[in-house]
Design a binder for this molecule. Structure first.
Ligand SMILES: Cc1cc2nc3c(=O)[nH]c(=O)nc-3n(C[C@H](O)[C@H](O)[C@H](O)COP(=O)(O)O)c2cc1C
Length: 173
């Protein structure tokens, strides 16, 4: 039986929803642990496969994820480690792969982590969650790129079929 560890960092909860969907779609014969990076188990070397998931805030992978990867890359690189990145830019289908998403490309270039599998997923737009400054920033970015600056309901740009496809790929890693 494969021991799988899923670690995530999420501010508004969307990355959490994505990793929970991944977990639900993994082979049920796996033994799967899911937790925030802050609550990562001490003994990560006991796992066969590890998934690290983080969203982007202000052009960067969340600091907790960057720190964890920096401190644990030697162990992570000996495992079947995957990395998934969630961000606004990936709502554009021509910017939603590790090769075309600038944040993911930059992170992979700079980090000592060498994931065996990397995927990018698009975000959820929910203006009700952001404080005034963050709302202003998001609206500015959306306006520049001609996307909605007002939505009565949150919009999920995430392609859930792609999330399930990732789960299948991660299973066969
Ligand atoms: C304040 C703020 C800043 C953001 N900065 C970026 C950014 O620089 N680039 C980007 O592509 N997405 C950016 N995003 C989009 C987030 O990556 C997206 O909302 C993601 O779904 C958040 O995941 P979480 O709910 O797990 O925290 C930003 C979102 C917020 C609210």
């Amino acid at each position: 039986m494969t021991k799988v560890l899923i670690l995530y960092s999420s501010i508004d909860g969307h990355t959490k929803k994505i990793v929970e969907t991944i977990k639900e779609n993994l082979d049920s014969k796996n033994i799967i642990s899911l937790s925030t990076i802050n609550n990562a188990p001490e003994n990560i070397e006991n796992f066969d496969k590890i998934l690290i998931a983080s969203s982007i805030r202000y052009w960067k992978i969340l600091p907790v994820a960057r720190k964890f990867v920096q401190e644990n890359h030697q162990i992570l690189n000996t495992k079947k480690t995957a990395f998934v990145n969630i961000n606004l830019t990936a709502r554009k289908t021509w910017k939603d792969t590790p090769e075309t998403n600038a944040y993911t490309k930059k992170f992979l270039l700079k980090t000592p982590l060498k994931p065996k599998l990397t995927w990018v997923f698009a975000w959820k737009l929910d203006y009700s969650l952001y404080g005034p400054l963050d709302t202003l920033m998001i609206k500015l970015i959306m306006k520049i790129t001609w996307w909605p600056t007002k939505t009565p309901e949150p919009i999920e740009y995430t392609n859930w079929e792609k999330v399930k496809e990732f789960a299948r790929d991660f299973d066969t890693l």
